[in-house]
Design a protein around this ligand. Sequence first.
Ligand SMILES: [Zn+2]
Length: 524
Amino acid sequence: MPSLSNTQLELLKEADLESLHLSPELIAQIATLADPQQLTDEQLLEFLQVCNALYRSGEPLISDADYDFIFLAELQKRHPHHPYLETVEPEVVAVGKTVALPEPMLSTEKTYSQSGIEKWLSRLEKAAEDCDADFSTLMIRATPKLDGYAAYDDGKLLYTRGDGRKGTDISRVFERGLKVGGNGKRGQGAGEIVVSQTYFNNHLAEYFENSRNFQASIIKEKDLEQHALEAIQNHAAVFFPFSQLPAWQGTSAEVLADFDHVIETVYTSVDYDVDGVVFELVGNDQLKQYLGATRHHHRWQIAYKSNVETAEVIVLKVTPQTSRSGRVNPVAELTPTKLSGAVISRATAHHYGMVKELGIGVGTLIELTRSGLVIPKIERVIIPKEPQIPEHCPSCGSELVWDSDYLYCLNTTKCPAQIENTIEHFFRTLANVDGFGQKNRRKTPRLRHQLGLCRLSAGHGAIAGHGLWRQNRAKPAGSIATQQIRIHRRLALSGRFRHSPDGAGQLRAPASTPSPDGYFQSDR
Ligand SMILES: [Zn+2]
């Protein structure tokens, strides 16, 4: 009979979940069965809350994948606009003192259609009538909705958003050199810690699964990891106050007259991850006050998010690709499927831990989602099959070694894929230098012999920072594979080649772009 640990029981008591109906026995059973279809809506929601509370306290009940792909996905399927999906941010618990925020950081009401914006504008019109304001001249401001790590800067301290009312003091990120975006001034209230997409693709994609992982690492880690520190020093990562964001401004009539264009302009106005456009009433504080707020959001503000499209797709095979760090990444080859206007034939499966855990192989039926122009992702596995996991490096044939969720080729000095991808990366960061354009880069295998670069260590990417997918998860340490990786890292550290942290020049280098079939080539 499955059961919760004493620590978990203790934490549940402390978590103070309002009127929990599920018994500890039932919670343990649901976790083990991982079959949410037989749960009622209430049970499912309670279970998610329990998982979230335990996860935040560092005693996770189920794996990330189970949480995202099984339980959260079920709620999303049943109620695509359920408040739980919108209010609870998958925020990493920051270490530090919990303090009351100077002012509450509410969520933003969301809509997925133009008609949702039209309805919001009619509500403003009605309120304007009540307040004797001229609706036709009211100004609406539209800003990008940053997809970063929300925080609040009161000039002295920086707080996490926490539950919106109480946050954690993370002022140490400023002590580490983090700058404020826009006019650079402290004390401008709410904003987000974000990282330049261009910089992330060129310098961090190798070490962090996504920018969210990276943002979390800036806040969380005791000793800042070298790549994160460089990103801060290069001002590629900043705290960006909302008030400093570039904005489109116009009347409600202008919003509706050119809606798609406004959305596109605002979406692409910053080089940070954006997951929507925030519309808000500006310039009439009396009306804003009249509109007020619910417990959840301000009524004078709304976020537009582009629709998420979903398709069920069959996996043809899983192809391993060796990156310059030696990490072997799984790419799921799919039955070509049209999604959000593009034909998708490949999707990344993050890592082989996920392939193994979820059963991704020939014939697996997956659910693929794509939101706007974002890279499509494997949302969940519907029908698992025998996972397709390579034993040998597809490039050099060396035996592969596991390190937590990742497979590695340890042949750092002779593996052609590692060497070529390193050189490719090296030249890409020099893209603007004469003689190192596209054409010459194709000649790199010959060039590297001429330059005597064959001895360079392609393994520097494995020095630190990989495996952050579970950085805050308890994990048994010291397996033989882990030890081998550590040795491998030390060897890599002694390599002759170190990639230059000269951020200013590198920021101009071209960003990785999604290829026509939507597969994101960040590691080539
Ligand atoms: Zn290899």
